[in-house]
Design a protein around this ligand. Sequence first.
Ligand SMILES: N[C@@H](CCC(=O)N[C@@H](CSC=O)C(=O)NCC(=O)O)C(=O)O
Length: 289
Amino acid sequence: MAGFKTNSTIASCGGKLLKLNHESKVLKSAMDVNVFLPPAAVDGKKKVPVLFFLSGLTCTPQNCSEKGFFQSAAAQHGIAIVYPDTSPRGSDHPGENDSWDFGSGAGFYINATEKPWSDNYNMYDYVVSELPEALFEEFPQLDADRVSITGHSMGGHGALTLFLRNPGKYKSVSAFSPISNPINAPWGIKAFSGYFGEQNKAKWAEHDATELIKKYSGPSPEILIDVGTGDQFYKDKQLLPENLVEAANDSANYKGKVNLRLQPDYDHSYYFISSFAKDHVEHAAKYLL
Ligand SMILES: N[C@@H](CCC(=O)N[C@@H](CSC=O)C(=O)NCC(=O)O)C(=O)O
């Protein structure tokens, strides 16, 4: 078996939220992960599709499973949700816990190339391969052939880049307030300088959704993006979703297929995410069911 320990099993929306922990080899860390099993999958007899939710800076698997409000719609559509953590934990690298937007809780869904981070900050490999493979082994009711991805902020960047780097692997993608062009935003510049080195701009571009969409070729389901106009990080140009839309409209595959919805007054918080969670589950359901 894949070696998950179940710390708690919580009834939620007719299904079960499992709070799990396992040892990750690629992260050299014990990792928490939450999995919501919809009612259809609780007895293990029916295979259900899976939606990954990648969280933002400072988050753990708890933030979205407690206040994202995804589980009601997921239960209705018979979709499981996986909530991974946002970085390895307790690695003790110098500076790992010095700021909230780099290091612990800020893994950015990349494989770091700069020391000491390259030792174990491999969130890309963890979310793309190690975690899903372990989950599909442990829970045969999760359908490995029907997987979609979504996320928030840093996790929205993760969802978009994992989708665009792996054509066909995910049936659909959506995002809440994603960091859409990290190579031109303060959060992304800080993270990529630290994890990839200041000079390695080619590597930076490999994890920038706006750069990736220009060259993307593969299945091209509509991409749904919600951003609140009251979001201070949007106003501070950390998110830059318009750059992604412009790049998509200049591309061969994604012209007119990024649906950016600017939601009046909403901020960056889980009040915003929970207000539109149903839409994102329904977006995924269109491609998963
Ligand atoms: N601590 C920071 C705010 C951090 C923050 O807003 N984190 C967001 C994600 S931001 C982009 O990735 C978040 O989801 N926080 C968790 C929550 O439950 O709200 C500050 O002090 O400004």
